[in-house]
Structure formats: structure tokens, C-alpha cells
Design a protein around this ligand. Structure first.
Ligand SMILES: [Zn+2]
Length: 93
């Protein structure tokens, strides 16, 4: 009997740190490219297509849409830089 099918396989593009919305921990994320593969005996052999990218929390293994999480990280940095600017402003001394 031949076992074949398809499977989604994630490949890590980059890693970084973020505050996970699921487990509320400051932890490491994996930015993954997910591809659909044709599998034979559960071994991914032939790439069938691009399923998109995802952010996976290494602490709780929750997956997120990259845009929402990465925007969240960038906006958080932007808020921090604005806060720092305000602190340096003479009016706030
Ligand atoms: Zn998490």
C-alpha cells in the first residue's frame, strides 16, 4: 500500500523577540515561510505551492499572521521613540 498526501512545511526565515499576544510573554518568534508539499510515506518530496508566511511563538507554539504581529512590533518601537523624544523635550523637564 502506498501512502501519499500533502503537508504544510514551515521554513524559518528569521527569528526575533516579541511580546506574544497569546501567552503574554516576552519571547522569541520564528518568521516562517510555509509551503505545501506532496508527501510520499509522510516524507515531503515535491513543493506544490506557497501557503504564505506566519509568525510562530517558540514558547506556546501559537501562529499569527505576520503583518499584524510585525506592525505591532514596529508601532511599539515607534511609540517608544516618541516617548523618548518627549522625555528629551525641554517643555517636559
Ligand atoms: Zn506565545
Amino acid at each position: 500500500m502506498i501512502f501519499f498526501g500533502t503537508k504544510a512545511v514551515g521554513k524559518t526565515i528569521e527569528t526575533g523577540s516579541f511580546e506574544c499576544p497569546s501567552c503574554n510573554q516576552s519571547t522569541v518568534y520564528k518568521h516562517e515561510q510555509v509551503n505545501k508539499y506532496f508527501t510520499l510515506y509522510f516524507i515531503p518530496l515535491i513543493p506544490l505551492g506557497d501557503l504564505g508566511k506566519q509568525i510562530t511563538c517558540t514558547n506556546c507554539n501559537s501562529s499569527f499572521v505576520p503583518n499584524t504581529i510585525l506592525n505591532h512590533i514596529e508601532s511599539k518601537d515607534a511609540v517608544n521613540s516618541i516617548t523618548k523624544k518627549k522625555r528629551n523635550c525641554p517643555l517636559f523637564k
